[in-house]
Design a protein around this ligand. Structure first.
Ligand SMILES: [Zn+2]
Ligand SMILES: [Zn+2]
Length: 489
């Protein structure tokens, strides 16, 4: 390391909330603590720092006035706190884990132009990088094309993504990487989405022992159509950083089991009556899953299946699959442009898999929501977690069978929802399908029994759910850190 760089590192460390102690193994959360979104954690192994994730809050729109609220604060308030990082480890390519990566990289390079691919290494699996590159490119395109950005300099561009790529190191499941002579990292399948990894860090100690930290990233235990369930190391863990998404979740009695749903009156019945079933789908994961499910059930014989958006993500997904799995995603009919959408809406009798699982502005799913919500023969099948700010959350209040629940609610008019600045009457059918790519009831507890971690750092969880989950738990064992506070083993 050059003297210049050492001096820089020392200076930056003074800016930290608390400099990492070379005696400690610890966790500091700068994002996705006490919330889901903008994940960014720093692990300190005896003074050597590893960053996990660099995400955004997808609920905050990426506009010139608001984008900073979408980022982990540390990126624009104190990038110096991250300048000692040599390794950034990414678990998977959802925006809440990678959305800030290009911007962070650009800020770090500006603060220290002598960073090279040897002094900053960004680790992730092949599919995770392909989806990351795709999503970051989409952000670039939206900054170029979205009128909100007119007259503003885009925060990063394709050139920055290409430079970032030079720093990315592709890793494979089962691989063990030596981050420094006493610290190794093992890459473990996490389930969840294609290419999602958990990371086991093993730090050799001076007494001959070893300290182990397992960061699961978002994870799911059950096999999905294209993705096998997570693998857990059969080893005792000192610190566990789990996926808190479903901890403390109150089960929804109106959630519909996947088994039998496609054959039910809610799906098949709607089609047989000439209606339209719209399946809003997260493009880098749920879209292929939903397509495969519909095809496997033979529903293309009942109504035409249209894919609206997500073409590129589907192509990447297909290319990452084994050849024998690819046929489920071949010969698809895509909708091109608004005129074709209007035509499908007019002709009815169709299944539309629409990109945009949480109905983000300008997404195909958002278009179908605003156009379909007031039609009694349109059925929406919500099949992923909804951000509290997504119109999907408002729509869920009207899900099948919720009539009594809604009439008790405080809403002045229970039959309308707000989408953007407009009010719509809800006449469509709404279903919530019990699909999850996170750990389900009991799976977290079984994992904890197996790994018997001394410390569990609860992150990536909605505040109300996490506090419900943590009530009555041993606070020494279950840490629930605030932003920027350090938790030791
Ligand atoms: Zn995820
Ligand atoms: Zn996540």
């Amino acid at each position: 390391m050059t003297p210049h760089r050492i001096a820089k590192r020392k200076m930056y460390k003074m800016n930290r909330t608390r400099a990492p102690s070379p005696r400690d193994i610890s966790f500091t959360g700068y994002g996705a603590v006490r919330e889901i979104g903008a994940a960014l954690y720093v692990l300190n192994f005896l003074g050597y720092e590893v960053q996990l994730e660099s995400g955004t809050r997808p609920r905050v729109s990426w506009a010139p006035e608001t984008y900073k609220k979408a980022l982990p604060h540390v990126l624009y308030k104190n990038i110096g706190a991250l300048m000692g990082i040599r390794d950034i480890v990414i678990t998977h390519a959802h925006l809440d884990h990678i959305g800030a990566l290009a911007l962070q990289f650009k800020l770090m390079l500006a603060a220290n132009p002598s960073l090279t691919p040897d002094s900053l290494r960004i680790w992730m699996t092949g599919p995770a990088w392909r989806f990351t590159k795709h999503q970051l490119t989409q952000t670039v395109n939206s900054m170029k094309r979205n009128p909100d950005w007119k007259g503003h300099q885009p925060l990063f561009d394709e050139h920055d993504i290409d430079t970032l790529e030079e720093y990315v190191r592709i890793i494979h499941f089962g691989e063990m990487i030596e981050l420094n002579p006493t610290l190794t990292m093992v890459v473990i399948p996490a389930g969840h989405i294609l290419g999602a990894a958990s990371f086991l860090f093993c730090q050799k100690l001076s007494n001959g022992g070893e300290a182990r930290v397992l960061a699961t990233g978002d994870t799911s235990d059950k096999d999905q159509i294209f993705i096998r369930g997570a693998v857990r190391p059969d080893i005792k863990i000192d610190m566990l950083i789990p996926d808190g998404t479903n901890l403390g979740k109150i089960p929804d009695p109106l959630e519909t089991p996947v088994e039998g749903f496609l054959e039910s009156d809610s799906f098949l019945g709607t089609l047989n009556r000439g209606g339209i079933v719209v399946v809003p789908s997260l493009s880098i994961h749920r879209e292929p899953d939903n397509i495969a499910r519909i095809r496997n059930a033979g529903l293309e014989k009942v109504a035409k299946l249209y894919i609206d958006g997500g073409d590129r993500a589907l192509q990447i997904f297909k290319e990452c699959l084994e050849p024998e799995q690819q046929h489920l995603l071949e010969n698809l009919t895509f909708i091109h442009g608004k005129r074709e959408r209007e035509e499908v809406l007019r002709s009815r009798h169709a299944i539309v898999v629409a990109a945009g699982g949480m109905f983000p502005d300008r997404s195909p799913a958002h278009w179908w929501l605003t156009r379909g919500v007031e039609h009694a023969d349109v059925s929406f099948v919500i099949n992923n977690w909804q951000d509290p700010c997504s119109p999907g959350t408002a729509l869920l209040a009207h899900r099948h069978g919720a009539a009594e629940e809604v009439s008790i609610g405080a809403s002045s008019d229970p039959c309308t929802i707000e989408i953007g600045h407009d009010t719509y009457e809800v006449r469509c059918e709404v279903h919530r399908l019990a699909t999850s790519s996170h750990q389900e009831e009991g799976e977290f507890e079984r994992m904890v029994d197996m790994l018997s971690p001394k410390r569990i750092v609860v992150v990536h969880a909605e505040f109300s759910q996490a506090t419900r989950y943590l009530t009555g738990k041993d606070s020494e064992r279950f840490a629930y850190p605030k932003h920027g506070t350090e938790v030791g083993i």
